[in-house]
Design a protein around this ligand. Structure first.
Ligand code: SF4
Length: 445
């Protein structure tokens, strides 16, 4: 629990020496409680007090990482229940399974299928971020072989999934330098699994069927020296999972209940790929740090990844592209010039429609602070001056011989003033950019 001002005061030297810049120790304690002062500002605070205060100031949800190098993934450290309160920090990691029952070509095919689950959406690369090797064989050797095969095929962040401490120890011995996430310790295997995690410096999943059992288990694992823990609710319906994941979030962030102050992982194995997509997307929304699915269908992954992308963007900061001129194809001095705004979704929609026209063009992206055409126009971020300035700044006059500018149909109303501001002929384009290919092919001359 976070300490109150009075609780902090009790830990201070109480000499009122003013070295911290405050008139009294009590005033300093109140500032500290409100996170408006730093403990280091008091030079006389004891080591014991420092330790207690540092523990109280620790983030309510632990950061957990696994994987190495560029492939390392980070979980946890969330601070809010609802995205609009600030933003969510650690995007849900989507993982796909590789069963250790697969061998030879089948194993290779599955690994290739998992590794190909990467896409580009509005200029951002998204994709599967971890591979969960599952010990479906129930034996150690196939588990070791499958984990090694996944590691050799690109060394992605690994999740080793087995309830057998023996199989876990064998697989970790083979891939420990990849810093895998070990899933999972149950109340029965906690001691053995925690030992493996501690010896190999790997994070460990604690798995139980209720919040109460989970908090006891995380404490037990922590007492054995494992700090990096991920929580897993086992054997619950999707309704109960969502309910309890929400409770964990509230208890960890609002009540700062340390035994539940860890990120979570969920496993989705039932149903076809469409059902898994629906369940996984619900779990992404509330509030799984990792979702492991048992499908490698690209059509199933893309909506899940899109959900992650949308939920984990900053609601106060629209996704933007750099304001500049974008050549589409290989335009020349006779190519059309059009403008749009730097709202990412708007730009990439226009870009793909211009590409579809097969007419090399220039798209001038005007800085409207990431807002769409109509929003920017109504907020006066898109007007004849901002467009004319963007044209000058980006040297549009030097790119083409003609003086014709295509503008979005929705802002046809600005054509008169824009013509005066630029001395260019203004051509009003279609309202919907899906009509751009037809417009460029038939109207552009
Ligand atoms: S520096 Fe420390 S001891 Fe001195 S007044 Fe501030 S809090 Fe109290």
């Amino acid at each position: 629990m976070a300490l109150t001002g009075l609780e902090i005061f009790k830990l201070l030297p109480k000499t009122n020496c003013k070295k911290c810049g405050m008139p009294t120790c009590l005033a300093f304690a109140m500032q500290l409680a409100q996170k408006r002062a730093k403990l280091e500002d008091c030079p006389d605070v004891s080591d014991e007090a420092k330790e207690k205060l540092a523990a109280a100031a620790a983030p309510p949800m632990q950061k957990v990482v696994f994987g190495t190098g560029d492939n390392q993934v980070q979980l946890g450290q969330e601070t809010v229940i609802f995205r609009h309160e600030e933003k969510f920090y650690s995007p849900t990691v989507l993982a796909a399974t590789v069963s250790d029952k697969l061998t030879g070509d089948d194993l290779k095919k599955r690994i290739d299928a998992v590794n190909s689950l990467h896409f580009e959406r509005v200029g951002t690369k998204i994709g599967v971020r971890a591979v969960a090797v599952t010990n479906d064989s129930g034996e150690s050797e196939p588990f070791v072989q499958a984990a090694a095969a996944v590691k050799d095929a690109g060394d992605p962040p690994l999740i080793l999934v087995t309830d057998s401490a023996e199989a876990m120890a064998a697989a970790v011995a083979k891939v420990s330098d990849s810093v895998p996430l070990l899933a999972s310790a149950t109340p029965e295997t906690a001691e053995a699994m925690a030992k493996i995690a501690k010896e190999n410096n790997c994070p460990l999943v604690a798995k139980a069927e209720s919040i109460e059992a989970l908090s006891e288990l995380s404490e037990k694992i922590k007492a054995q020296g494992v700090e990096d823990i991920v929580l897993s609710l086992d054997g619950l319906s999707i309704r109960d999972q969502l309910f309890n994941l929400s409770r964990i979030r509230v208890l960890s962030l609002k009540k700062v209940f340390r035994p539940l102050g860890y990120p979570t992982i969920s496993f989705v194995a039932d149903g076809d790929s469409d059902e898994q997509t629906a369940v996984a997307t619900s779990l992404i929304c509330k509030y799984s740090g990792i979702v492991v699915v048992d499908t490698v269908e690209p059509h199933a992954f893309l909506p899940m990844l899109t959900a992650v992308m949308n939920i984990y963007s900053d609601p106060q900061k629209p996704v933007q592209v750099e304001p500049k001129v974008y050549p589409i194809g290989e335009p020349n001095a006779d190519s059309p010039v059009m403008f749009t705004t730097n709202f990412s979704l708007t730009y990439y929609t226009v870009e793909s429609d211009v590409e579809a026209s097969r007419i090399p063009s220039y798209i001038l992206v005007v800085d409207t602070e990431g807002t769409s055409v109509l929003t920017a126009y109504s907020g006066d971020k898109l007007n004849e001056k901002t467009v004319a300035d963007a044209m000058t700044k980006n040297g549009i006059e030097d790119l083409v011989k003609h003086r014709k500018l295509i503008i979005p149909g929705y802002v046809a109303v600005m054509s008169g003033k824009l013509e005066e501001a630029t001395n260019w002929e203004i051509m009003v384009g279609p309202r919907e950019c899906s009509m751009l290919p037809k417009y460029l092919q038939e109207v552009w001359k």
